[in-house]
Design a protein around this ligand. Sequence first.
Ligand code: HEC
Ligand code: HEC
Length: 445
Amino acid sequence: MRLVRAAGRTIAICGAVAALLYVAVVLVNGTRTALSSSRAEPTLSAAERGSLVVRGRQIFRYDTFGDQTFWGGALQLHKAIEGKALGGVGSGVSPKVALAVGLKVDSAKIPRPVAAAIRAGKVNLNSPKTTLALLKLNAVVGVRGFFNGGRLSSVGITCAVCHSTVDNSFAPGIGRRLDGWPNRDLNVGAVIGLAPNKKPITDLLQVDEATVDKVLASWGPGKFDAELFLDGKAFRPDGSSAATLIPAAFGLAGVNLHTYTGWGSIPYWNAFVANLEMHGIGNFDDERLANAQQFPVAARAGFAHVRHARDLITPKLPALHMYQLSLPVPHARRVNRAAARRGKALFDGKARCAGCHMPPEFTDAGWNLHKGSEICIDDFQADRSPTLRYRTTPLRGIVAKQKGGFYHDGRFPTLRAVVDHYDTCFGLGLTGREKTDLVQYLRGL
Ligand code: HEC
Ligand code: HEC
């Protein structure tokens, strides 16, 4: 909450500063502005931009791109949610179970009397029936239920299931949405693991169900493996999971390449995810995925060129992009300002961080990719991307992504551990106090 309020204030201040700057620019460049506007350039009006952002929010939160044909239709997940007693299979997914696997509930979607009943302990949180009621209210963040009369006939997922969480203002796991914050509680593997029919996955990966179950169980909370469905690699050479942390979707404006390994731009990756990971219905092209040596699964499945008669994804990319760029970046309030100031001097100077994490975007200005050896790590994950490199992670809003650790696979549990790593890697000779100062600066970004 505090973070959000702080972010709101920052935006208000930034807005005011931007308005003043704008006025100043118009005053200074009065003639030039008049000249260029008379050329009637096809720019968007504020209303059009606003409506793109609003549409983008709707898409980010609620649009399945038709992926219910996969999550419900193929995997039959809706039956596992219902449970046998309601006509599905298994014991069903109660709100308690849903919250335990890290799914979140949007308190704004719960009508007041229902909220009061929950507070009074009068709502059965152990019953899948309650989950169905929440799905009907569209209150489960990133999960859409499709109903046929009273029966749950299918289920789909949206971007928000992984890239939103809630502020826990109502109860743990229940509160107001925080779009763009990675859901580091969400156990994607456990959710997919509930599917009564895993044949679509065993067929795609050409492995047996026991193997799929083992892989899904290896991910753990806050992680997903977007490359698994391209290269079939589920484990790192040391035997640990090849999954990566779910990243933030905020703080990406001005950043060139996206994902931990720089697959492409935001619109590129949005199209990639909506088509190839969520299994929405759309069109997609990436000739790099025809490389059967690097991407045997993708090449076999024809992911390099996906075509559907109806495209439910491509027309939504502009609004989705605008919304992501508009997401506020949270800031920590409890940082020691004096220490953070000293930390900034180190970041920009002695510690050499700004050489790659260039302010104010905190990624390289330009081609923001590096070999693992430049930051003293292995190239396993980099080699799973066509770039064979790691993208310099933009650092703003880092306080909202501390759970699960840092670096693509969460190998460093704390910011202090990251700083210790760079200290050794670059031979910086930082003192204990300098390290603390650097961490204070990072926390406030
Ligand atoms: C199942 C969880 C999941 C879903 C659903 C999902 N993502 Fe992601 N997203 C991830 C993971 C994991 C990565 C990191 C992938 C990598 O680096 O290999 C990622 C990466 C990203 C990035 C790059 C962030 C950066 O730092 O550059 C963006 C942008 C993004 N996702 C947007 C979206 C959008 C938009 C949607 C909906 C169309 C979506 N994601 C759906 C898990 C998910
Ligand atoms: C040579 C370029 C380079 C330099 C110099 C560099 N970094 Fe990084 N940084 C990266 C890359 C690339 C990653 C992504 C690594 C990964 O995900 O495995 C990264 C990741 C990080 C992360 C993790 C972010 C997250 O959300 O997981 C932090 C924190 C960080 N760097 C801080 C620093 C600090 C502090 C310094 C200076 C001591 C520094 N970096 C110097 C390239 C660099």
